[in-house]
Design a protein around this ligand. Structure first.
Ligand code: ADP
Ligand code: MG
Length: 581
């Protein structure tokens, strides 16, 4: 509650200023403030795709154009009510948003950015060429709003209302599992996939929403302009929207909001500079990128500037696992049979059979490059084997589809921790519980009861997972401020969020102190005693021999030996080839 108040505080303050603005009685300011509200309506939606999802959607002026023309044409040619025209514009924008966004599923960064620019060019060309409808270069009048929205301040209050609604909705999304998932696909795509997040479904929904808000902004823009021609929709506008998000800071609502206000108001203070606006934006962007890469958001993030306590010790509490995991009498195993996988000429796995049993710690050891990580990748779906099968009980695990694993109860950590650096530790952990979410995007947008209940449950569970691994005091800290060893435990907390029936750990002890390794060992054993099957890839022989129920030794992708720790210790070839004692 206090957290919510603190995060909403600046926005409420801004809204109060916006509400006081009409008392200045200056109509010139009404126009500028209206423009800022309209731009923010567009930027708020775009911010989810760009700032949260990390998608370089640059040509968003296209959607503003489409919204402006849709509402203007409906009102001017068919005499439709301006509000209904605005809703129709939103619908057209939603569909177009998906069309603009679809290439993002296949194309990366700059290639996607180019397609959005191409789309903007096409829309302008159509507006120019389709004279009978759009009026071509001559243009057409924008819709006039009925009273009381027909005066400068009346229209301002309408746009302010819509902009406030958009701010509220997008902050709801930002705080929901959708917002967390967007940031996850931006910063840690593999971790997102392992947590069962569907990038295509998520991005399409976000592009649909941002397309709708952009087109509604376009409809309002047409009213503000009172007359629209294709040259009102310049490339500069696209740049403004995009840069407002960059200088505002990624993954924030308040930052881009302030960025939008800044970029709208700035040229007014320096009227002679208007002709230089593109140059100014570019210069401003350079300054931001060089001087404060996190943007306005990072500048205002006082909480994360407080120094953290040094000499922090991680003390997991395995006893608390009872609240998180219970697969007491599980009987299903993961079975690999005859798995073969090569990279080019290298046979990374060469006919491997493996059985990972519930309730046991199964060690997987072997020299570097012997195929341990690749084995984990095959089980978790990141690599598709050429032949052989991986089954979970009666289910044959779909090859090469990592997204399916979380739902089946298979969780993993990574040899290099995959973290969302700019999100809090708590949010990082909550990513692991994404598959539990049932509330839809629309429910999150409006914070309906089911969504709120799920958020509460997920937060409670994540705090529990953090207490289990001993990181609860760092819950609110940005993950990129953690030490390496803490990140390893954070990944375990994240994987515990999905009540895993099987947990695959890739060198969890790497970089840990001897004391931490001992505690890690106790935690892993406790997890297995709750009925979860653990596959443990490790180099620390002590840990392996201490806690494993069964050990498989790999060499060149083949099983060199398998058995109890005692039998492996006595195995001649293993000792000479690997243990080196
Ligand atoms: P380990 O985890 O046991 O150290 P890996 O499973 O990472 O070993 O690698 C096994 C072999 O497969 C190595 O020879 C490695 O170079 C190769 N390999 C792993 N991943 C790839 C990849 N994506 N592309 C090409 N070769 C790979
Ligand atoms: Mg490895």
């Amino acid at each position: 509650m206090i957290g919510a108040l603190r995060s909403a505080g600046p926005a409420v303050l801004l809204l109060a200023c916006a509400l006081l603005l009409p008392f200045t009685g200056n109509d010139y300011w009404a126009v500028i403030a209206t423009r800022a509200a309209i731009y923010w309506t567009l930027v708020s939606g775009l911010n989810l795709a760009v700032g949260f999802g990390g998608q370089l959607a640059i040509g968003y002026v296209a959607l503003l154009t489409m919204g402006a023309y849709t509402s203007s044409i409906l009102v001017a040619r068919w005499d439709i009510n301006p509000f209904i025209a605005l809703i129709a514009a939103g619908a057209v924008g939603a569909v177009s948003g998906v069309v603009v966004g679809l290439p993002a599923l296949r194309l990366r960064t700059f290639y996607f950015a180019m397609t959005t620019l191409g789309f903007a060019t096409i829309v302008t060309q159509i507006a120019l060429a389709w004279q009978s409808v759009t009026g071509g270069g001559i243009g057409l009048p924008g819709p006039t709003m009925p009273a009381p929205f027909d005066s400068a301040w009346g229209f301002y209050s309408l746009t302010l209302g819509i902009a406030t609604l958009c701010t509220w909705m997008t902050s709801n999304i930002a705080r929901s599992r959708f917002g967390r998932s967007l940031v996850a696909i931006r910063d840690a795509e593999v971790a997102a996939e392992a947590s069962g997040i569907s990038k295509p479904a998520l991005l399409i929904t976000v592009f649909l929403f941002s397309g709708a808000t952009a087109a509604v902004a376009g409809g309002l823009f047409a009213t503000l302009q009172s007359y629209i021609t294709p040259d009102a929709f310049t490339f500069d506008l696209s740049v403004l929207f995009f840069i407002a998000i960059l200088i505002g800071g990624r993954g924030s609502i308040l930052g881009p909001l302030l960025g939008t206000i800044l970029l709208t108001v700035l040229p007014e203070f320096a009227a002679p500079l208007v002709a230089w606006s593109t140059f100014l934006y570019a210069a401003l962007l350079l300054v931001i990128v060089l001087a404060m890469p996190g943007g306005i958001h990072a500048l205002l993030d006082f909480r994360n500037r407080k120094p953290l306590e040094s000499n922090r010790a991680i003390v997991p509490r395995p006893a608390l696992l009872t609240e998180l995991l219970d697969h007491g009498n599980a009987e299903t195993s993961i079975v690999l049979s005859g798995v073969v996988l090569s990279f080019g000429g290298v046979r990374a796995i060469d006919g491997l059979d493996l059985r990972i049993q519930p309730g046991q710690v199964h060690g997987l050891i072997g020299p570097n490059g012997s195929g341990k990580t690749t084995t984990l990748n095959v089980i978790s779906g990141f690599n598709a084997p050429e032949s052989g099968d991986v089954t979970l009980g009666a289910i044959s695990l779909p090859r090469g589809q990592p997204r399916t694993r979380a739902g089946l109860g298979i969780a993993r950590t990574f040899q290099t921790p995959r973290l969302i650096g700019e999100a809090s530790v708590l949010q990082n952990v909550m990513i692991g519980g994404t598959v539990d979410g049932r509330a839809t995007f629309a429910e999150a947008l409006l914070t309906l009861p089911r969504h709120r209940a799920e958020e509460r449950t997920a937060t409670t569970k994540a705090m529990r997972a953090l207490r289990v691994v001993g990181l609860e005091t760092l819950a609110a800290v940005r993950a990129d401020r953690l030490q390496h060893s803490e990140l390893r435990f954070m990944e375990i907390a994240r994987s515990l969020m999905s009540h895993p029936r099987f947990l695959l750990l890739d060198e969890p002890a790497a970089g840990l102190s001897p004391e931490e390794i001992k505690r890690l060992g106790q935690l892993i054993v406790a997890i297995a005693r709750r009925g979860t099957g653990v596959l443990l890839v490790e180099h620390h022989a002590d840990l392996i021999f201490d806690i494993c129920d069964h050990i498989t030794v790999l060499n060149l992708g083949k099983e060199l030996a398998g058995g109890t720790p005692a039998s492996i210790r006595a195995h001649k070839e293993v000792v000479s080839a690997y243990l080196g004692a």
